[in-house]
Design a protein around this ligand. Structure first.
Ligand SMILES: *Cc1c(COP(=O)(O)O)cnc(C)c1O
Length: 399
């Protein structure tokens, strides 16, 4: 990589920027995880996580990438050969589905075009068709990080209720937690899956399962093999977790700081900030794309992601060339297009520890890279974004 002056702009949708406060919180010696100080720290973190997931249920913390807690959700609730319903939203739904199939689960995979979220009507129809009530779980990626499309979880919940189906609702909120509205208990989600390296502004390394009483009960009879991921020994009282092995102690120091920072800003304010920065990004993309050279991968206005935008280039143009230029000449790291979007789209992560001038820097780097790569686009995307951001922030909650 070319030596560069100044700071690099990190706009992958995970890992994300880590604030100084979080780096400093970790910068200390580890402690005995069986001493009272650590027990207190862990309890504070569980309370903070319950607040963040909006749940009264238990939250389990694993030393893990997101993939690990994906696995934990299945092995603790399902048995070999059981049916689950999933929706094709993009690369993450695809990889998660393949994991389920690897465990011998029979996945009904509702097809999608990678431009829209899970379709509540299709979920309802599939559940109504299941007269035997054999489908064990509906598993949905809340924010599909490969496409920048958010599924409408309240409507999915409504679809399950309308079909009067007892399936568990399992949701991947890895790239929406602490960036977008998420309500575990209101939406009666049974397992919510989170990770540390996205909206929480932490290093990679922690994975979360927030679990409902219904999920815990299902776990008693689930028969997929499980050992490291087994919830049961970790939750002797059904609420606060016991460690069966060494926790990532220093990441807990950081987690406590991250939760404090989110509480100081306020969750509605955090969501509103993400909405504004995302909308500014979308205004820039629309301005670039007026002649059809680039467009947002997300199609529906009520499904645009507030944590990541995927930008699709006209056929014949190479998104990897745009990414290489942004990285090597303009010190800005963008996300790659994944699977079928490889080379066709790049992604701007706009989640976590981010403000207006940071985002404008990234958008300026994108505009320069589009120009340098010869991708047809209109100038003026950055101008559109700063016009939007300069207008007074609307009063009221996040949209
Ligand atoms: C990042 C991400 C994952 C995977 O997380 P890893 O830590 O890379 O395993 C899964 N789902 C979604 C929606 C993500 O954004």
């Amino acid at each position: 990589m070319v030596a560069a002056r100044g700071r690099q702009f990190l706009h992958t949708p995970g890992p994300t920027n880590m604030p100084e406060r979080i780096l400093r919180a970790m910068d200390r010696a580890a402690m005995d995880h069986r001493c009272p100080d650590f027990t207190r720290l862990a309890r504070d973190c569980y309370a903070g996580l319950r607040w963040l997931f909006r749940t009264e249920g238990a939250v389990l913390v694993f030393s893990s990438a997101g993939h690990g807690v994906w696995e934990a959700a299945f092995v603790n609730t399902c048995s070999p050969g059981e049916r689950i319903l999933m929706a094709e939203t993009g690369a993450f739904s695809q990889w998660w589905k393949e994991m389920a199939e690897g465990f011998g689960l029979a996945v009904d995979y509702l097809p999608g075009d990678w431009r829209q979220g899970a379709d509540p009507a299709a979920v309802e129809a599939a559940l109504r068709d299941d007269r035997q009530r054999a489908i064990r779980a509906v598993a949905i990626v809340h924010n599909e990080t490969s496409t920048g499309v958010t599924s409408r979880l309240a409507a999915i919940r409504g679809a399950i209720d309308a079909a009067d189906h007892p399936a568990l609702l399992i949701v991947d909120t890895i790239s929406s937690l602490a960036s977008m509205d998420f309500r575990m208990d209101d939406w009666r989600i049974d397992v919510a899956i989170g990770g540390s390296q996205k909206g929480l502004m932490l290093p990679p390394g922690l994975g979360f399962n927030a679990v409902s009483a219904k999920a815990l009960a299902a776990g008693q009879s689930a028969r997929l093999p499980r050992a490291y991921w087994d919830w049961r020994p970790m939750l002797p009282n059904g609420r606060d977790m016991d460690f069966t092995c060494t926790p990532a102690v220093n990441l807990f120091f950081a987690l406590k700081e991250a939760l404090a920072m989110l509480a100081e800003e306020g969750l509605p304010e955090v969501f509103q900030r993400h909405h504004r920065l995302a909308e500014a990004t979308r205004q820039a993309v629309r301005a670039w794309g007026e002649d059809g050279g680039v467009h947002l991968q997300s199609r529906r206005a009520d499904e645009h992601s507030n944590s990541v935008s995927a930008i699709r280039l006209a056929d014949g143009h190479d998104a990897e060339a745009v990414r290489a230029l942004a990285r090597d000449r303009f010190s800005t790291v963008l996300g790659a297009g994944l699977l079928r979007l490889r080379g066709r789209a790049f992604r701007i992560g706009h989640l976590g520890d981010l403000n207006e001038p940071m985002l404008l820097g990234a958008l300026a780097a994108c505009e320069m890279a589009l120009k340098a790569a010869g991708v047809p686009h209109r100038a003026g995307g950055v101008q559109a974004a700063l016009g939007y951001l300069a207008a007074p922030a609307p009063k009221g909650g996040a949209t």
